[in-house]
Design a binder for this molecule. Sequence first.
Ligand code: DQA
Length: 147
Amino acid sequence: MKKILVIHGPNLNLLGTREPGIYGHLTLAAINQKLKVVAKKHKVALVIKQSNHEGQIVDLIGGAKKNRFCAILINPAAYTHTSVAIRDAVAACGLAVVEVHLSNIYARESFRHKSLISPVASGTILGFGANSYVLGLAALVDLIPSK
Ligand code: DQA
């Protein structure tokens, strides 16, 4: 079965209680559960990681191909706007990468208007709450080479 790596960036472990007016009331576990349902439907396996640490996220992305993942779904969270290291890892990983955000970053503070990741991602889905992940995973499955 094809394996997809899901990476949740910093502070997403706090979903459920973190600024629910912006990020909604679903916990990360509930979002992961939704993703597992989508994965089952598309007959792909998910490995789901959350990290608050930039270097750890870089290592996950950098090791993805070697670890036989065929695509990556990532919400880089605050690192979206700051991390050249994560951008470079995405650019170098050689896999389809879909970037997702719960909120519409372009409708928020100006420092969130720039994503360093979007130019090197296969595509970006944002602003649909937990549904951004569901839509992102479905889009990513379509990008996986069939062999
Ligand atoms: C976020 C948007 C980022 O600006 C923010 O730092 C996050 C979450 C989102 O999913 O809407 O932590 O990536």
